[in-house]
Write a protein that binds this ligand. Structure first.
Ligand SMILES: NC(=O)c1ccc[n+]([C@@H]2O[C@H](COP(=O)([O-])OP(=O)(O)OC[C@H]3O[C@@H](n4cnc5c(N)ncnc54)[C@H](O)[C@@H]3O)[C@@H](O)[C@H]2O)c1
Length: 313
């Protein structure tokens, strides 16, 4: 079972107890003064979630003398977490890592379940590994999070709320970020515990990601916003499978968090990227909410996917 401490005040102990810390340049600017000196800051931004950044981090670790028995730590959002976890998986054939998530998305979602990866070209998370970190969530870091990134985190929280009636109801009341983080960690941990390797119930968490990953890579919109747009388009593509009133309920719920849809989305380009999605088995896989808490899969041929996507746009 993954160790996840929430607001335990152990973040500094975890950081200073690690042999090396990886963060990004934005966080380094804000929090560098309180972080250990043995650290490396990758350039912030999804375009830096690359093998090139992996090489830079590995070089810094080698220079610093990080050894096989050592533990490293990630201090940052989902990008820093995904990249550090991947480095931890391959550095000297694998070392341990801790994660102090600083964004809403990383606290509520990406710190749970040990998926680590970097992008290759336009393919999101094309190379990666499963590697569970010890996690120290401190929600005080949300105080410095820019609004755009807060909204991105809301994207994954809204997605998870379609998987659980209790969370869905919670999202229709007064929003409390700390409570939302706790609920999402519990929900995702329960799912991952049953299916670490993403072959069963965990696949439900990929909802919105088939179209969403393509939108993210093509537009540069935030991850969470892209997932919401992905969910809106995917449910519209599959509207014939959904009960009429429920379809409109979901569409307006998603719209509330997306706001204006981007106008320049290219269905052909999304389809090309979706074809390379690693979830695919014999066609393009879409996870969709048949009802709240009832997530199902459809597999579409390239031509069906493109036709339905064009119809949904
Ligand atoms: N491993 C998983 O299970 C999983 C799940 C969902 C998403 N992801 C990945 O996570 C990434 C998105 O994560 P993200 O939204 O955290 O993006 P991110 O890590 O790029 O962070 C977004 C921005 O917010 C800044 N930031 C983060 N915390 C801050 C803070 N406390 N104060 C001020 N600025 C702060 C960062 O510097 C960055 O500029 C994507 O690469 C996505 O693929 C992984």
């Amino acid at each position: 079972m993954q160790k996840i401490a929430i607001n335990s005040g152990e973040d500094m102990k975890a950081l200073f107890g690690s042999a090396f810390v990886i963060t990004d340049t934005n966080l380094d600017r804000i929090y560098g003064g309180m972080l250990p000196k043995n650290r490396f800051a990758i350039n912030a931004g999804e375009s830096n979630k690359t093998l090139y950044s992996v090489e830079k981090v590995v070089n810094a670790m080698l220079k610093y003398g990080v050894k096989r028995g050592d533990r490293i730590a990630a201090f940052g959002g989902g990008l820093v977490g995904d990249l550090t976890g991947f480095v931890a998986s391959i550095y000297m054939r694998g070392i341990q890592w801790s994660f102090i998530p600083t964004s809403l998305l990383a606290m509520a979602d990406s710190c749970v379940g040990g998926k680590t990866a970097v992008n290759v070209g336009l393919i999101k998370n094309a190379v990666g590994a499963f590697n569970l970190p010890d996690v120290y969530v401190e929600t005080k870091y949300l105080n410095s999070l820019p609004q755009r990134e807060f909204e991105s985190g809301m994207g994954e929280i809204v997605k998870m709320s379609l998987m659980d009636a209790d969370l869905y109801e919670f999202m229709h009341g007064k929003f409390d970020a700390v409570e939302a983080v706790k609920k999402c960690i519990k929900l995702k941990s329960d799912i991952v515990e049953k299916d670490l390797s993403d072959n069963g119930p965990r696949r439900a968490l990929n909802m919105g990601h088939t179209v969403g990953h393509a939108v993210e890579m093509l537009t540069g919109l935030s991850h969470g916003k892209s997932v919401l747009i992905g969910m809106k388009l995917e449910t519209a593509m599959l509207r014939d499978l959904l009960e009429h009133n429920y379809f409109y309920e979901i569409q307006s719920y998603l719209y509330k968090y997306i706001g204006k849809m981007p106008l320049n989305l290219d269905a052909e380009a999304i389809t090309v990227i979706a074809m390379s999605d690693k979830k695919n088995k014999g066609g393009i896989s879409i996870m969709y909410p048949q009802g709240i808490g009832d997530i199902r899969e459809v597999v579409l041929s390239r031509s069906e996917f493109l036709r339905l996507l064009k119809g949904a746009m």
